[in-house]
Design a protein around this ligand. Structure first.
Ligand SMILES: NC(=O)c1ccc[n+]([C@@H]2O[C@H](COP(=O)([O-])OP(=O)(O)OC[C@H]3O[C@@H](n4cnc5c(N)ncnc54)[C@H](OP(=O)(O)O)[C@@H]3O)[C@@H](O)[C@H]2O)c1
Length: 256
């Protein structure tokens, strides 16, 4: 696992407090090739699973607060990481939002669309990963193998959209996809060793999918452990020619 990355490489999981992100942090810490893991969370003091991992790995896990809707928080997080690590080899933007308890819910029809919900979704799902890339990219520009992975969703594929609805989430993930492709072009000019990809995790049993799980066929709902294992395997196998692609948990390409 992770043979293309240098021995003792440094990884950062943005959104490592719960769900798929927390499992990625757990599995990265279990990989001997990984030297140091940074995990961000909006409120680390409330992220019990992450705190337990930090207690178990005090020398290899650094927990950093990061709120995606606050640019200063992103810049502060980048400064904290840069003060400890000269280089990052993996930056995985995992955070995302589909619904909340303040009125955000996937739209069933056009008349459900609300400006405040579009803004909320775009801030977290689209602007957030781009601003994180802006703040952290210098740490990824070096001669060693490096990956910037943004967590997208198949429903963000324009070509694959045959059902409609979910305007805010679909639109924000589609915008994120365009940003990822743009990053692959611009950062690719600066470093041939950096691979930028969009990833789809598959429907996974987390708080994000919980209200919609009834529609998932039996046996098709992944555990967060399985999803993290598959996504880290995809990341581990990436080659330079994969930069700018949109890949599912099984490594297969998804149409834009
Ligand atoms: N689960 C699925 O079936 C599925 C399917 C397709 C795509 N995805 C994508 O996979 C990713 C992970 O989702 P999940 O299923 O693991 O969801 P989850 O368990 O609900 O976790 C959501 C994560 O996003 C973070 N987050 C939300 N708003 C944030 C903000 N303003 N600033 C910083 N972090 C924020 C949360 O941090 P806090 O802990 O601080 O709230 C949490 O770490 C998301 O990008 C999602 O869109 C999931």
């Amino acid at each position: 696992m992770f043979e293309r990355f240098p021995e003792g490489f440094h990884a950062l999981v943005q959104g490592g407090g719960r769900g798929i992100g927390l499992e990625c942090v757990r599995q990265l810490l279990a990989a001997p090739r990984v030297g140091c893991v940074y995990a961000t969370s909006r409120r680390p003091e409330r992220a019990d699973g992450l705190q337990a991992l930090a207690d178990a790995h005090p020398d290899r896990l650094v927990v950093v607060p990061l709120e995606l809707t606050d640019e200063a928080s992103i810049e502060d997080a980048a400064a904290t990481v840069a003060a400890r690590s000269r280089r990052l080899h993996l930056l995985f933007n995992v955070s995302g939002i589909l619904h909340d308890n303040q009125g955000l819910a996937p739209e069933k029809k056009l008349t459900d669309v609300r400006t405040e919900n579009l803004e909320k979704s775009f801030r977290v799902n689209a602007f957030g990963p781009l601003l994180v890339a802006r703040a952290f990219h210098q740490l990824l520009l070096h001669r060693e193998h490096a990956v910037l992975a943004n967590m997208s969703a198949r429903v963000g594929s324009i070509g694959d959209n045959g059902l409609g609805g979910w305007y805010a989430y679909r639109g924000a993930k589609a915008a994120q996809n365009m940003f990822t492709r743009g990053l692959s072009v611009e950062l690719g000019r600066k470093s041939k060793a950096l691979i930028c990809v969009a990833l789809h995790p598959g429907t996974t049993d987390t708080a994000l999918s919980e209200p919609f799980q009834a529609r998932v066929p039996a046996g098709k709902l992944f555990t967060a452990e399985y999803t993290a294992e598959r996504l880290l395997a995809v990341i581990s196998g990436l080659r330079p020619e994969d930069t700018g692609s949109f890949l599912a948990w099984d490594g297969r390409p998804i149409p834009w």
